[in-house]
Design a protein around this ligand. Sequence first.
Ligand SMILES: [Zn+2]
Length: 265
Amino acid sequence: MSTGSRTVWRNVRIAILLFILAVAAYSNWYDRWSTTDWDETLWIGVFPINANDGAAGERYVSVLTTQDLADIESFINNEARRYGITLDRPVRVDLYPPVTEMPPEHDATGNVFSTMWWSLKMRMYARRNSHPPGRAPPQIRVFVLYHDPSFSQSVPHSVGLQKGLVGVVHAFAERSATRANNVVIAHEILHTLGATDKYDLASLAPLYPIGYAQPDRQPLYPQSLTEIMAGRYAVDAHTFEMPASLSEVRVGEATALEIRWMKPK
Ligand SMILES: [Zn+2]
C-alpha cells in the first residue's frame, strides 16, 4: 500500500469511529432530553423475573398485578405535581409479563472495560426482552428479580442506568415486602432519569442537606421522611433506617433539579 492510500485509510477509520461516537452521544442526549421534558406521559414497564433461588419467586411473580405497583406511579406523579409539573399523568407504570432470561451479571469489582461491556450486554438484553407479543415496548424498562427470602436473606445491589434507560432491581418475593420493594424500584427508575445517589457509599448515611427530605426540620432528628435517592432517613446522626413504603418518601430539590422538575435558580 502506498503512503497516500494508507493515509486515506487511516482517515476513513477515524471518520467511522467519530461517526459512531457522535451517534452514541446523540442517542444518549436524546434519551435524556426526551425522558425529562415532561410534556407527555413517560411510559415505564416493570418486567418481573423469578430469581429461581427457591419456590417463592415463581409463586410471587404469578400473582403480581399492576395494582401491586400502583404506589410507584402515584408517588412519582404526586411529587411531580408538588414541583409544578402540570401534565395530567407524568408517568404510567405498567406490569409486563414475566421474563425468563436472566439479566447479564455485573462484576462490581471489574474495570471500566468490563463495565462498558456489561452495559452493552444490558442494552441488548433489555431490547430482546421488552417486546412481548401484542404489547408496545415502554420507554423505561425495569427488570425486577424476585428472590425467595428463605434462601436469600440479602440480595445483590440494584442498578438503574440512564444510558440505555434500563434498571435491574433485586427484590423479595413475599407479600409483606411489596411496598418496600417498590421504594427500590422507584429509586432505580429515577436513576434512569438522571438522578444520582444522595447517601455516603461507605456508611450509607444520607448526605446533608441534599439527602434529607426535611433538611430544615427543628430539631433535625429524628427525620420522619426519606429522600428517594438517599434511600434511608436519619433517626439520629448515626442511625439510618429504610422506609417501609413510598408514603414515607419524598423527592428532594437536588433530585428534582437532576430530573428537570425544577430549573436552577
Ligand atoms: Zn442508587
